[in-house]
Design a protein around this ligand. Sequence first.
Ligand code: AMP
Length: 194
Amino acid sequence: MLNIVLFGPPGAGKGTQSARLIEKYNLMHVSTGELLREAIKEGTPLGQEAKKYIDRGELVPDDMVIGLIENLLDEHHEFSGIVFDGFPRTTVQAQELDKMLGAKGTDIAMMMSLEVDYKELMNRLVARSKLDDRSDDRNMSIIENRIQVYNRQTAIVIDYYRAQNKYLAIDGMGTIDEIFDRIVSGVELYTIKK
Ligand code: AMP
């Protein structure tokens, strides 16, 4: 089973590259951001609670997102692997993910972190804000806060996977194709090692 964490700050291209990855390797895409936005649309109690955090660009509390992943893994028994996009975002989430996958007899193969410089991130997020209807892409101060939250609370998750020898930095600058080629090389490297 090929379970991959696609990591990186907002605007790094996790969603775009996840879509390609799942197609090439026949994997399931799991984005906690998308699951939360669905819950908000449906007006569930979890969605209503999560919206307060998302609209400020803050992280939703760990137990809420961990619960979402738990439900999802319970519902899907047959999968050849998962691309986790936007999860885990804290070390607690990473630890819980290991436990949940361990209980299913599987684990994370690798964590690939898309590295993009601050100016390019801002350019991409500003461009995206004109195209989508995400409430957290709406204004510059929320966008900036999300990048700060990444630096302060999420980037540290790299250490967790580095300690397990699963961390791989991917240059996230360039065209979508160029970045995808680097990701594929990373996956091939892992499969050869196995
Ligand atoms: P994303 O679509 O991944 O950029 O996520 C959008 C927003 O949803 C984030 O800014 C957070 O407020 C929330 N969110 C998504 N995934 C997580 C997570 N794993 N932990 C905490 N909050 C999350």
